[in-house]
Ligand binder design. Structure first.
Ligand code: PMT
Length: 310
């Protein structure tokens, strides 16, 4: 499996600004080692699979990055520094609280004649929300506890995950890998991909997709063998969810699978380990009161990570 993965990486094109991103990730990890902090790599959002080399069309999936961006904030609350490996344009920690507003509607233009008042300011009704989010965000930035790295395609994601894993291994068992991104299982190898836009004049489209090698295997065995690895299992059929999670643990020998169903993922997950299954559930009242399931997921994982470290 590891050699399949090496082959996949070799035939993939190098991501944009790969060297800068590698340097940024390594520098961030070194700074966390100096501060004796725990570090988590959170992956978030969906991977895009191009159908043409000069890409006009691609395959995508539903993930908007809620799980990853929300979890990042709770990891910060628990004292972890976070490398947030996310799909460009998906939800980002802290900023996510403001995405339901059009930011132009939050601002107002003040009359030029009023002294000591800036020409543009936040409308009074939004001030409290913005101050609350902004002050936490600024403090996280000042403490250098967030490194945001973007990907778009499947191949970018896997190559960046590779370098993040190698860097995380430097932290040893204080490292945690939290694989919440929705990663495509299928792709078109570079040598089979048409260069130009596929023409509709050629008739109905038939595409043949190859299986992406599971990166969990080399990640656990070779790239980051000392870190605490949490993968996710997404299904739509409840009857197979836990058995699929168990078989992932059995195959890859990592520590935890967070099992979730597409429709109920915001209010129920099951934390599956080698010898336990723990259901985490929110009620509708919890959700209406603003409770987020990621808070409990992260707290429970921290407890398991503590046990792993000791
Ligand atoms: O972003 P949101 O809209 O909030 O949605 C959150 C989520 C539903 C996407 C998230 O909670 C989730 O379940 N993420 C994992 C989705 C997924 O890829 O599931 P899977 O069953 O296809 O893969 C299982 C595991 O295998 C994943 O941890 C994945 O990282 C890993 N994998 C996948 C493909 C691949 N080639 N190699 C892998 O190792």
């Amino acid at each position: 499996m590891a050699s399949e993965f090496k082959h996949f990486l070799r035939q993939s094109s190098i991501p944009d600004k790969f060297d800068e991103k590698t340097t940024e990730v390594r520098g961030f990890i070194q700074s966390q080692i100096q501060n004796n902090r725990r570090v988590v790599v959170v992956t978030s959002g969906g991977t895009k699979v191009p159908l043409e080399s000069k890409t006009v069309r691609y395959l995508d999936n539903f993930s908007v990055g809620s799980r990853g961006s929300t979890s990042t904030e709770y990891f910060h609350k628990e004292g972890y520094a976070v490398i947030f490996l996310h799909r460009k344009g998906s939800l980002r920690p802290y900023q996510r609280h403001l995405t339901h507003q059009n930011f132009l509607d939050i601002l107002q233009v003040n009359p030029e004649t009023t002294p000591n008042i800036p020409r543009v300011s936040v409308k009074p009704q939004y001030e409290n929300d913005i101050i609350k989010t902004l002050s936490i965000y600024k403090s996280i930035r000042e403490q250098n506890m967030l490194c945001e790295i973007e990907f778009q395609t499947l191949s970018e994601y896997l190559q960046l995950l590779h370098i993040c894993s190698l860097a995380l291994e430097e932290v040893g068992n204080k490292g945690l890998m939290y694989l919440a991104a929705a990663v495509s299982d299928f792709y078109i190898p570079k040598e089979e991909m048409p260069q130009h836009k596929i023409q509709s004049s050629s008739g109905p489209l038939q595409i043949s997709l190859q299986l992406v090698p599971k990166m969990l295997s080399p990640l656990v065995k070779e790239w980051a063998p000392s870190v605490f690895v949490v993968s996710f299992k997404l299904e739509t059929d409840k009857s197979i969810l836990v058995s699929k999670a168990k078989s992932a643990l059995n195959n890859y020998k990592h520590q935890v699978v967070v099992a979730n169903l597409l429709e109920t993922r915001k209010k129920e997950v099951i934390l599956v380990t080698k010898d336990s299954e723990e259901v985490i559930q929110l009620t509708d009242t919890d959700i209406n009161n603003g409770k987020e399931i990621e808070e409990i997921i992260v707290q429970q994982l921290k407890t398991k990570h503590n046990q792993f470290c000791s």
